[in-house]
Design a protein around this ligand. Structure first.
Ligand code: ADP
Ligand code: ADP
Length: 233
C-alpha cells in the first residue's frame, strides 16, 4: 500500500526577478513500512521536498497523494489537520519544550488530538517505554543527554501513531556513538512496521535505510534498494 505518492511535482520560489526551480519534476512512491533515506548535496531540494512530503508546503505543479488523500491543493488549515494526523516530525534540533518534562513533551500532540488527561499520560508513558525512557518521564530536556532528548522527540513524533516518521537530519547534533543508538532505535521501529523517511547529507547514516534516493538539482538522480543495509547493533 502506497503511503506517499508524488507525481511530477515541482516547486519554484519567486524572489523578485529571480525564479528558483528548487524541485523540477519529482515522482516518488513510498509504501507502508519502507525505510527510505533522501540524500543530496546542499541546494539539491531535500528540504523543499521534505516540506512538501510533511505537508508544510504544497507543490507549484504536480500531485501529492498522502495516505489516499490528495494534499496538493489543500489550504493551510486542511494541511495542518492532515499533518497532525499523518506525520511525526523529528528534527536535528529536537525542538522540545524546555520547561516541560519528557512525559509532558511526548503528551503534547495528544492534547491537540483531543485525548483526556488519563489517556494522554497512559499513551505518552507507552511511547516513552517504546524508546527506552520510561525511567526519565519526569526529567526536563536539560536533565537529559542529547541522545535521550532525541529519543523523547521520537516518542513525541510517534505518540499519535502517524503514517510516517519524517526525520530531518536526526543525528545532525549527535556524536557518532549516540547516532548509532538513534539508528538502532530506527531499526527497531522499522522492524515493528513503521514507515520511516529520513533526510540526511551523511552517507554513513543513509546506509541504515533500506532504500536510498539521491536528489540533484531538483531531480531524482537515483533511487535504489540498499543491498547492503548497515545495522547499528
Ligand atoms: P537542500 O535542502 O537540499 O539544501 P533546499 O530545498 O533547501 O535544498 O533548496 C533548493 C533550492 O531552493 C536552493 O537553491 C535554495 O536556495 C532554494 N530555496 C529553498 N528555500 C527557498 C525559499 N524559501 N525561498 C527561495 N529559495 C529557496
Ligand atoms: P533546518 O533543517 O533548516 O535546520 P528544521 O529541521 O528545524 O530546519 O526544520 C525544517 C522545516 O520544518 C522548516 O521549514 C521549519 O520551518 C519546519 N519546522 C521546524 N520546526 C517545526 C515544528 N515544530 N513544527 C512544524 N514545522 C516545523
Amino acid at each position: 500500500m502506497k503511503i506517499i505518492e508524488t507525481s511530477h511535482i515541482s516547486r519554484r520560489y519567486v524572489m523578485g526577478e529571480e525564479v528558483i526551480q528548487a524541485l523540477k519534476d519529482v515522482s516518488i512512491a513510498v509504501s507502508k513500512g519502507e525505510y527510505v533515506a533522501f540524500m543530496g548535496p546542499s541546494g539539491s531540494g531535500k528540504s523543499t521536498l521534505m516540506n512538501i512530503i510533511g505537508c508544510l508546503d504544497t507543490p507549484s505543479t504536480g500531485r501529492y497523494i498522502l495516505n489516499n488523500q490528495d494534499v496538493s491543493e489543500m489550504s493551510e488549515n486542511e494541511l495542518a489537520t492532515v499533518r497532525n494526523k499523518e506525520i511525526g516530525f523529528v528534527f536535528q534540533t529536537f525542538n522540545l519544550l524546555p520547561r516541560q518534562s519528557s512525559l509532558e513533551n511526548v503528551a503534547l500532540p495528544l492534547i491537540y488530538a483531543g485525548y483526556n488527561k488519563a489517556d494522554r499520560i497512559e499513551k505518552a508513558m507507552l511511547a516513552l517505554k517504546g524508546v527506552g525512557l520510561e525511567n526519565r518521564a519526569g526529567h526536563k530536556p536539560n536533565e537529559l543527554s542529547g541522545g535521550q532528548r532525541q529519543r523523547v522527540a521520537i516518542a513525541r513524533a510517534l505518540v499519535n501513531d502517524p503514517s510516517i516518521l519524517l526525520a530531518d537530519e536526526p543525528t545532525g547534533n549527535l556524536d557518532s556513538k549516540t547516532s548509532y543508538e538513534i539508528m538502532d532505535l530506527f531499526d527497531q521501529l522499522y522492524s515493528k512496521g513503521n514507515t520511516i523517511v529520513m533526510v540526511t547529507h551523511e552517507d554513513d547514516i543513509a546506509q541504515y535505510a533500506h532504500r536510498i534516493v539521491r536528489l540533484r538539482d531538483g531531480l531524482v538522480e537515483s533511487d535504489k534498494v540498499n543491498t547492503n543495509v548497515k545495522k547499528a547493533k
